[in-house]
Design a protein. Structure first.
Length: 381
């Protein structure tokens, strides 16, 4: 009888978000194609192998897909118990930049271990998602108080400051804090404080921009302030600080509606590091406005699917993890496109799943795996 009851037990159904999987696979495939198209000329001239960047991106992409598959089955609730080790791991990696960090283009952001480069700032983005989700769960009743709210923000702030001071990576520090703030924004009621803080930050930034713009002597300025001047008047800094931005704008403008055709970009021969944070401009040049809009629509679909998963998650911890992933991807996409179009000063943010960068694509795919895991458990007790 017991065996018959077991045999008669209905099979537990799982939900698989095929739309999310399709969007991610499309962006990865499209990214590899555009990476080869963008970098083949420069890689052929300087490295003697036109497929150099393509091959070096393909390996972490395949590894990332394996990690995504693993994380989609790994019990995501275990991450709540591993919060402190994950956070400390990110801290240790950032500290290791001091003795072992490799400086590229004036920035010390990579650790080279047996020929494999690791970017600790990407690990910090993953760590802040897990840590913030956990601390929101543990401090749920205290988040409405000023002390509780500041405590929840303290540890992400420490991680963001370490990213900024050690790796000199302001954009990643902003993303780390942005993830934490968005997660807290979603988890706590009362939007007035966020509106007040946002208006205060906008006012402060506006004051700083006005002061920089009216400064008589820019020779002793921090290079970030000079980027603000280059943003305000690109033509005045065409030979140095705004050179990359101007070349990107030329690429966007020359693409027209349908573009010059895949592989036909001319600006990729002039645009520094086109395969990294400026790859969107080459997409605009080769595929035109049509291609650019198509890519943006795919990212919108990706963010929408993550929102659906978060809204239907079985538990608050799973929902918060997916919100963190959504915040990470959306902030990075918005900042990248804003930089390429000169909407904000140049700050060096890569385009998720498309730009060159092994650490970034592995972490992003691991985060998507967590979202798929949360989706698989929708409807389960």
């Amino acid at each position: 009888m017991a065996r018959a009851a077991t045999l008669g037990k209905p099979k537990e159904e799982t939900y698989v978000d095929y739309s999310l999987i399709f969007v991610v696979l499309f962006l990865l495939s499209f990214g590899l194609i555009m990476l080869y198209s963008t970098s083949s000329y420069e890689a052929g001239v300087s490295l003697g192998d036109s497929a150099y960047y393509f091959k070096h991106q393909l390996v972490p992409t395949l590894l990332g897909l394996g990690i995504m598959l693993f994380m989609s089955f790994f019990p995501y609730k275990v991450l709540q118990k591993l919060t402190v080790p994950i956070y400390l791991f990110a801290v240790v990696l950032l500290i290791l930049l001091y003795p072992y960090g490799r400086t590229v283009n004036g920035a010390r952001r990579w650790i080279i271990f047996h020929g494999v480069s690791i970017q600790p700032a990407e690990v910090a983005k993953f760590a802040v998602i897990v840590f913030t989700a956990t601390i929101i769960i543990k401090m749920r009743s205290n988040l409405l108080t000023a002390k509780g709210y500041c405590t929840a923000l303290f540890f992400p702030l420490v991680l963001a400051l370490m990213v900024y001071k050690i790796s000199e990576n302001l954009s990643s520090a902003i993303i780390v804090m942005g993830i934490a703030v968005i997660m807290l924004f979603v988890a706590t009621p009362g939007y007035k404080r966020y509106l007040a803080v946002a208006l205060g930050v906008i006012a402060l930034v506006a004051v700083i921009v006005v002061i920089i713009a009216n400064s008589d002597d820019s020779s002793g300025m921090n290079y970030r302030f000079k980027r603000v001047l280059a943003w305000l008047d690109p033509a005045a800094y065409a030979s140095d600080y705004s050179f990359q931005t101007l070349q990107a704008l030329y690429a966007i403008g020359s693409g027209g509606i349908f573009g010059k055709g895949l592989g036909e970009s001319m600006q990729k021969m002039k645009l520094p590091e086109a395969q990294n944070d400026m790859i969107f401009s080459i997409i605009c040049e080769e595929l035109g406005l049509f291609g650019a809009v198509a890519v943006m629509l795919m990212f919108i679909l990706l963010i929408w699917r993550l929102m659906i998963i978060a809204n239907n998650a079985n538990d608050m911890f799973g929902a918060l993890l997916v919100i963190g992933v959504m915040a990470h991807i959306s902030i990075q996409v918005i900042l990248n496109i804003a930089v390429v179009t000169n909407t904000i000063p140049n700050t060096g943010v890569t385009l998720p799943f498309i730009s060159y960068g092994g650490s970034a694509v592995i972490v992003q795919l691991a985060e998507v795996g967590i979202a798929l895991n949360v989706a698989r458990n929708i409807g389960r007790e």
